[in-house]
Design a protein around this ligand. Structure first.
Ligand code: URA
Length: 235
């Protein structure tokens, strides 16, 4: 594995920043300073030191994406006895839990991990991680209603942050909206649409920052790839 990739996957810094650190002579491989960018290391055998600190790949951390179906609850247990999202993840030994949540009747991208810092990174306002939803709503919002959604609506006395909203399809009685928000308030998308008179009939999350659901089938899951993990580490 390339040294800068190893550093990025270990959470030291982004790949680009890691390259700078290597060039600055801050990185040692087996006690020797390395300033060449192409250096290949063996994660199991080589000792990597950055700024005098030993760097380890956090191999016990797992990052999973699930295309959540309707009817599953985003928690580890449900007092009403409903099915929980972790029921869908088989064959993973680590104790993973949902990072953030989707309503039981919402489908789409849900991340699961045993990385305790991840939820904080994804929800911290300074990171402004965009979450994109596709919502089927009753009726077709007019220009004024769309602008209200974009500029912010009052939910429980507090205005929502600016959102990106566009109509992707219009039908006679319904429409499909693309909605991007970075907050994660309780039932936020539903409450926003409700507030402008267009209740949500179906809701699906399709991306979280640079992580996209893509073609993953409903009810299926996969491990995030290196690029996706690096993105999370860069937050
Ligand atoms: N907004 C909602 O209303 N529900 C979700 O599940 C996610 C965002």
């Amino acid at each position: 594995m390339r040294l800068q990739k190893y550093m990025a996957l270990s959470g030291v810094a982004s790949r680009r920043k890691s390259e700078e650190m290597i060039k600055e002579g801050r990185v040692k491989v087996n006690n020797r300073v390395i300033t060449e960018l192409g250096t290949i290391i063996d994660p199991r055998a080589d000792k990597i030191i950055v700024d005098d600190k030993n760097i380890m790949l956090e191999t016990n951390k797992v990052y999973i994406m699930l295309n959540k179906p309707v009817g599953y609850v985003s928690s580890l247990k449900d007092e009403k006895g409903r099915r929980v999202v972790t029921d869908l993840i088989e064959g993973v030994r680590e104790r993973i839990y949902p990072v953030g949540r989707l309503d039981a009747d919402t489908t789409g991208l849900l991340l699961l991990s045993n990385d305790g810092d991840l939820a904080y990174k994804l929800t911290h306002p300074s990171n402004k991680v965009d979450k994109k939803y596709i919502a089927i709503v009753e009726g077709v919002p007019n220009k004024k209603e769309l602008d209200t959604l974009r500029n912010g609506v009052f939910i429980d006395g507090k205005k929502t942050h600016p959102a990106k909203v566009k109509i992707s399809k219009r039908y006679d009685t319904d429409s499909i909206l693309d909605i991007v928000i970075h907050e994660g308030r309780n039932r936020q998308v539903k409450k926003m649409c409700e507030a402008v008179g267009h209740p949500v009939k179906k809701l699906k999350r399709v991306s979280i920052g640079e992580i996209e659901l893509g073609g993953l089938n409903i009810g299926n899951w996969r491990f995030l790839n290196d690029e996706e993990i690096e993105y999370l580490m860069s937050l």
